[in-house]
Design a binder for this molecule. Structure first.
Ligand code: HEC
Length: 95
């Protein structure tokens, strides 16, 4: 039982550090945004006519800027997940 638990933990650790080779995950992006990105602005910045990002690349660039301001050291996958969340939930730009 103990051994089974330990190997389950080891598997979970491997999964956590697996290289980014999957589609962007909007739900994970939602969680990352909610946990980290509300210190300077809330979701209001992603809504309405005043918002500035006009492409998915521009959203991603802003996400990168924000995480760097916080010193989070996000991977490309982290940025892609949050960008996916923001585009699905707010911007709705075509790829
Ligand atoms: C240090 C303060 C700060 C933090 C932290 C921050 N942002 Fe921002 N963000 C800004 C400011 C200021 C702007 C608007 C001015 C600009 O374009 O830089 C902005 C703009 C944006 C935009 C573009 C909005 C538009 O006009 O279309 C996005 C997207 C964004 N931030 C996402 C994020 C995400 C995701 C995080 C968390 C990783 C984050 N930000 C963290 C300050 C911050």
């Amino acid at each position: 039982m103990r051994a089974a638990f330990a190997s389950a933990l080891a598997l979970a650790a491997i999964a956590a550090f697996a290289p980014a080779a999957r589609a962007a995950d909007a739900e994970r992006g939602r969680q990352l945004n909610a946990a980290n990105c509300q210190q300077c602005h809330d979701d209001g910045l992603y809504r309405g006519p005043a918002r500035k990002a006009r492409s998915i690349a521009e959203i991603a660039a802003q996400v990168r800027k924000g995480e760097q301001a916080l010193g989070l050291g996000w991977s490309d996958q982290d940025v892609a997940d949050v960008t996916e969340y923001l585009n699905k939930g707010f911007y709705r730009l075509a790829r």
